[in-house]
Design a protein around this ligand. Sequence first.
Ligand SMILES: [Cu+2]
Length: 735
Amino acid sequence: MTFSSIRSPNDAIVSGVVSPARTAILAAVLALAPFARADNTNKPTSAPDAEPVPLSPLVVSATPTTETHLAEADLASLRSSTSDTASLLQDIPGVSLYGAGGVSSLPAIDGLADDRVRILVDGLQSTPACANHMNPPLSYIDPTSVRSVAVFAGIAPVSVGGDSIGGTIQIDSAPPEFAPAGQGTLIKGQAGGFYRSNGNAKGGNIAATIADQNLSVTYSGSTAESGDYKDGHGNTVTSTYYKSSNQALTFAVEGNGNEIVVRVGHQSIPRQGFANEQMDMVSNQATFLNIDYAGTFDWGTLDGRAYRQDTRHEMNLGADKLTFPMPMIMPMDTCGRDTGYSLKAEIPVAREETLRLGSEFHRFTLNDWWPPVPGTDPWMAPDTFQSINNGRRAVLSVFAEWESKWSQQVTTLLGVRNETVQTDTGNVQGYSTDPTPGYFADATAFNARGHARHDNNWDLTALARFEPDSKSTYEFGYARKARSPNLYERYAWSTNWMASGMINWFGDGNYYVGNLDLKPESAHTLSATADWHDSARQRWELKATPYYTYVQDYIGVNVIGTSTYGESTFNQLQFANHSAELYGLDVSGFVGLWDNNSSGTGRLKGTLGYVHGKSVATGDSLYHLMPLNARLVLEQKVSGWTNAIEWQLVDRKSQVDPLRYEPKTGGYGLVNLRTGYEWKSARVDLGVTNLFNRFYYLPLGGVNFDDYLASGWMGKIGPLAGPGRSLDARVTVKF
Ligand SMILES: [Cu+2]
């Protein structure tokens, strides 16, 4: 069954679907549409020797628990332009990215971001161990290691959802390979390297496998580093540098329908700048162990997993920020640990009826402490500031899901999931007991209250699919999803202005305080998808998904203080439950343009996204909603070559959150070129990102805190500029 709440990016726009779109986007669609039609009329649509149009990248749908592997060639060109795994999702309808560090963007689905999206890397669930969410799950896998991507928007089946309201992202590395029967030992591998001119980014990756029919061992390693990028005016955007390396060993054993895969790995990020935060990452060291078991039995299949990831993270002012006036140091350390298991059974109970049962557990523990800075008593000395002391967050889930195929035309999926969430933390202290900075009074009040919290959350999903004929599919569904507060939302305790400025994963320069009385947020989503296409889904497709979500007790903020420094005003904000609603539309599609011997295959693909979100009580816009945006890709595949022209269009951002002084940004259009050539065991990718070196501000990039620091906290803080032109090159060799 194919539920299209699983979003795939390999689709394109056909004209006429963008009536509310603003001029630029409409113009773009209309400009290309006649071209598409003209081309079609001139070419035979079914040349006898035509190769089938290859299915394109990333996910495709399947039953909710099945993953489909990427077409390696399609992803290769995307990889050449980024080291940020989250940006591989950029073509998926409804997905946008909050800017953060160069390898740490935070994905949003239909306007719900960060912790509101469940992200699994090889089934492992990790939690940002940082008050700035500098180390989100996707920062732990390099784009070169990614082999499959699945995005489940709003109405994610309960078997893949949980503790999230925006959807689920599953990213997987390559599955283990074994030698074919009777062929002795399999030895294979690949190595690659890349260079990107903007930021002088470079790096490499290597993977090697040795395997027989039952045993397989793979080593993979990658490294990426970049200096600061330049914007379209040629100015350096400071604190956009990074350096990251990942290494992993995968052991796999297979036999009699059983497979065990053990992955161990280490990540090291010695530096990563955050232009939209007061702090930078000065070290992140993480080690993981991830054991997966898959078995096939008479009664069905069983998948079991156990994992652990330990993260040691350090923040401080990085190299760029130290060059500004009034430099200071402020070491901040965290130690986080994720442990968990999952157990899922899939049982075909009757013809066309499947039952999925499962239980999952995820526990995150966190210590966050800020060592004293000598000579700064009583503000940042003489004691260690305990931000989160022995914080714990554990989620135990059970679920059942029933999939029924009623007829050739009708399929339904019903699921229920219960989650018990327990959070707790120990007592805390500030840098000093001196009354002036206020740490002592805040800590005393916090310590006087009980910290243990217990939430009992329910998720429900109901999806129905109607396929009246081979050319159309309609789906509609309802989901109730819940998410309990994270440790900082509940337990960040200091109202001291400086300390609360460190609690910020929004990139907005504001100051955040937790709230012990926060309740879980629960989302009610209604969504429908109409999918029209040719019978084989080879020549054209148009898919539209309108959605509406009401989030009861949405974790928003209350203003508890305001300060003006120079020309900029900031708020101190305390997390608070305020119901919110979001609605929007995701459109995607493609149309085949030509298919012949001399010029191969050509298609136009596109996506369009619109989201609106507001607080129900005040009508204020929610923070960081991607403006109306569209992406058009004209792609050609011919004898080893893959060529693409990409046009990315983003409307001005006028819906902004007044509580955070969110800056507005202008509309823009970017043109990217990509070409790849595959020859025997080698592949070369070349590209130009932002061909016309257009200057633009990132709508979800947050503020440029570095520029504000450079002004000595005097200037007017503004949005962060996106990167200017970059020449990108990647070479990959298989052996
Ligand atoms: Cu951090």
